[in-house]
Design a protein around this ligand. Structure first.
Ligand code: ATP
Ligand code: MG
Length: 332
C-alpha cells in the first residue's frame, strides 16, 4: 500500500492550469486517507471554479491509478477561503519616499533573486494607480478564480503575481480611486488571492508614505522593509523619512538600496556619477540600516524591463544584491 508521502509526491507533479503550481504548493491538500485499498483526497476549493476542480480531480485519479494495491480513488472538495489556505512565511515591503527611483525594479530583482535560490515567491503589486510589475515580467494574462477568490498569475520563472493591471479589461485603463478603495483592493490582494505556500511575498509599494504604504504596514504582517533611493539632493531627507516611518510602525528595516548609483561607460572604462556623488555609505551610516546594494544605470536593464524580460537580467551587481538581501534576511 502506498504511504501518505507517496500520495503527496504524486500530487506534487500535477500543475493546476493558469497558476502552474501543484495543489501541494498551493496548500490545498486538507486530508489524505488511505485504508482498505482506497485513497481519499480532500482538497480546499479556495479560488478554484468547478471546471478547475473537475480537472484536478481527474488528474489526481489518473496519477494515482498506477499506484500498487489501490482499487478506489475519491477526490472531494471542502469550502475554504484563500485566507484559510495561505501560508506566507515572510512579507517584505519595498518602499521609497519618492517616485520613479526604482522600487518596482528592486521588488522584481528581490523576487527573482529569491526564486533563483529555490524559494516559493510572490509579488503583490500594491501600486494600484501606477502598477508596473506585470509589464516588467511581460505578463498579460488574466487571473483565473471563482466568484469569491482570485488565482495569481505565474511568471516565466515561477513567481506568483497579483496586480490591478491583470484585472483591468485593458492595461492602459486608468484607476482613479480614492484612498479607502485603494486600501480595500490591497487587502483583497492579501486575503482573497490564493497565494498558497509562499516563503516570501514581496510587496511593491507606490511612492510616498501615505495611504497605501500605511495600509500595508498596519494591516499586513510585514517582516522587513527595503528602502530604495537615488543619489540626488533631496534624497537624504526622504530616505530618513521612510526609515523613520518604518521604525515608527515597528517594522524592521532590512536595508537600503541605492539605484541609478552610476553609469558605467565601457569605452572609457569609467563610472560616471550622473546624479551626483553616490550616497550609499553615508545613508547607511546616518540611518543605521545596511546598504544592500548599489545598482548602476544600465540601458540593458531598462530594455529588459520594457520588453517584459526582467527575469533574464543577471549581472555581477545583481548577484551581489541577491547575496546581501539573503544575508539581511538571515540576520533580521
Ligand atoms: N538602474 C536602472 N537602470 C536602467 N533603468 C532603470 C534603472 N532603474 C529604473 N530604471 C527604469 O526607470 C523606470 C522607473 O523604475 P521603477 O518603475 O522601478 O521605479 P518606481 O520607483 O517603482 O516608480 P513609481 O514611483 O512610479 O512606482 C523603469 O522604467 C525602469 O525600467
Ligand atoms: Mg513602482
Amino acid at each position: 500500500m502506498p504511504t501518505r508521502e507517496n500520495i503527496i509526491k504524486n500530487l506534487e507533479v500535477i500543475f493546476v492550469p493558469g497558476v502552474m503550481r501543484s495543489p501541494v504548493k498551493m496548500n490545498l491538500v486538507r486530508e489524505v486517507n488511505i485504508a482498505d485499498n482506497k485513497v481519499s483526497v480532500v482538497l480546499a476549493s479556495a479560488a478554484l471554479n468547478e471546471d478547475v476542480q473537475l480537472w484536478i480531480s481527474n488528474k489526481i485519479k489518473e496519477q494515482l491509478r498506477n499506484l500498487p494495491d489501490i482499487k478506489e480513488i475519491t477526490v472531494e472538495y471542502i469550502d475554504a477561503k484563500p485566507s484559510e489556505v495561505n501560508r506566507i512565511s515572510n512579507v517584505i515591503a519595498v518602499m521609497s519616499g519618492k517616485g520613479g527611483v526604482g522600487k518596482s525594479l528592486v521588488t522584481a530583482l528581490t523576487a527573482i533573486a529569491l526564486r533563483r535560490k529555490g524559494y516559493e515567491v510572490g509579488i503583490l503589486d500594491a501600486d494600484i494607480t501606477g502598477p508596473s510589475i506585470p509589464k516588467m515580467f511581460g505578463i498579460t494574462g488574466h487571473p483565473g478564480g471563482s466568484e469569491t477568490a482570485i488565482l495569481p498569475v505565474t511568471s516565466k520563472s515561477g513567481i506568483e503575481i497579483m496586480s490591478i493591471n491583470l484585472l483591468l479589461p485593458n492595461e492602459d485603463e486608468a484607476v482613479i480611486w480614492r484612498g479607502p478603495l485603494i486600501a480595500k483592493t490591497i487587502m483583497q490582494f492579501w486575503g482573497d488571492v490564493l497565494w498558497g505556500n509562499l516563503d516570501y511575498l514581496i510587496v511593491d509599494l507606490p511612492p510616498g508614505t501615505a495611504d497605501a504604504p500605511l495600509t500595508v504596514m498596519q494591516s499586513l504582517p510585514v517582516s522587513g522593509v527595503i528602502i530604495v533611493f537615488t543619489p540626488q539632493d533631496l534624497t537624504a531627507m526622504i530616505v530618513r523619512k521612510a526609515v523613520n516611518m518604518t521604525r515608527q510602525m515597528n517594522k524592521p528595516v532590512l536595508g537600503i538600496v541605492e539605484n541609478m548609483s552610476y553609469l558605467y561607460v565601457p569605452e572609457i572604462k569609467r563610472k560616471i556619477e550622473l546624479f551626483g556623488k553616490s550616497r550609499g555609505e553615508e545613508m547607511a551610516r546616518t540611518t543605521g540600516a545596511p546598504l544592500l546594494g548599489q545598482l548602476p544605470i544600465d540601458p540593458e536593464l531598462a530594455k529588459l524591463c520594457d520588453e517584459g524580460n526582467i527575469e533574464l537580467y543577471n549581472t555581477e551587481v545583481v548577484g551581489k544584491l541577491e547575496e546581501s538581501i539573503l544575508q539581511a534576511l538571515k540576520t533580521s
